[in-house]
Design a protein around this ligand. Structure first.
Ligand code: BDR
Ligand code: CA
Length: 309
């Protein structure tokens, strides 16, 4: 089996950490570069977490720091979900140092060295680093085989009533990604709600043996607070859905759609207006993940992460 050359841009973040381990444990993906922005916590925290997560896997994947603010404003953190440290208080051994440079440069260098339509790019945080990379060298779009993003919602948001956290933190950057002509694949909140983690599920997953990465992933799942949005029955596991698509898109039902992100200041800023039914008569600019085979998704998560050291 050939593995897909892959870049992940992220802001770890509890679910980013699990998504990174899923990618690192998947022979389907050849993770070449991890770039990091601020987001869930400040950049110092997200980079330390990315280094630790990659380090625990024993894999030598460069981790490069990027944006500490969005294109137009500071990031707003989400410590109520991810804790002050971004990993829900789960302490990992310190990882290897950052690779020098900045995220957008590293993304461009990786793409420049790649064959046409060969690289899978996965965005798990605010879109700032990816937008900077592509706006400064738009020709590199042709090196990308697929752009997969955890962002947006077709119904309500999670950081405001209208907006999802990643989209809200840098709507201008997301607007750029939506208009590159790459037809990104979106895992929205409506999709990630189907990757729902309950205490029963965590108890079941805890029975699987695994190494330090799997144990840390379980510790993170135990540390995450249940969500008010879901009556405190559990919480949705967002970012691993985007990585799971890159591993096996057959786990998902999907359709083409048109997506526009609201940029005006005010209560709708960051909202992704997603037209699933061609009401606006616009040509589709995204592939939208709509349904998830949750049992197969959690089986994949367990199998791929538990095989890591
Ligand atoms: C997204 O926001 C972050 O808090 C998560 O890591 C995920 O990427 C969900 O809205
Ligand atoms: Ca994230």
């Amino acid at each position: 089996m050939s593995s897909k050359p892959t870049i992940i841009d992220c802001d770890p973040g509890t679910d980013d950490a699990i998504a990174l381990w899923l990618a690192l444990g998947a022979p389907e993906l050849d993770l070449r570069l991890v770039t990091v922005a601020g987001g869930n916590v400040g950049l110092a925290g997200t980079t330390a977490n990315a280094r630790a997560v990659v380090g625990l896997s024993g894999r030598k994947v460069p981790v490069v720091a990027g944006a500490e603010r969005s294109l137009l404003a500071p990031f707003r953190a989400e410590t109520a979900v991810h804790g002050e440290d971004g990993l829900g208080g789960v302490v990992l051994p310190e990882g290897p140092p950052l690779t020098p440079g900045t995220a957008a440069d590293a993304i461009r260098a990786e793409l420049r060295a790649a064959a046409p339509r060969s690289v899978t790019v996965i965005g798990l945080g605010p879109a700032t680093n990816l937008a900077l990379a592509f706006t400064t060298e738009p020709a590199l779009v042709d090196r990308v085989t697929e752009l997969v993003l955890m962002t947006g919602a077709w119904s309500e948001g999670n950081i405001t009533p209208a907006a999802e956290f990643n989209a809200w933190n840098d709507p201008e950057a997301l607007h750029i990604l939506l208009n590159l002509g790459l037809k990104p694949v979106l895992a929205t909140l409506d999709l990630t709600a189907q990757a729902f983690v309950t205490p029963d599920l965590v108890a079941r997953l805890s029975q699987a043996a695994g190494g330090a990465c799997w144990k840390a992933a379980l510790d993170i799942l135990r540390a995450l607070p249940s969500s008010k949005r879901f009556g405190h029955r559990g919480f949705p596991l967002h970012d691993p859905c985007a990585v799971a698509w890159a591993i096996d898109s057959d786990l998902f039902g999907s359709r083409d759609a048109f997506c526009q992100v609201e940029l005006a200041p005010g209560p709708s800023r960051g909202r992704t207006v997603i037209d699933r039914w061609e009401r606006l008569g616009q040509p589709p600019n995204i592939r939208l993940m709509e349904t998830l085979d949750a049992a197969a998704f959690f089986a994949l998560l367990e199998e791929r992460i538990s095989r890591l050291p």
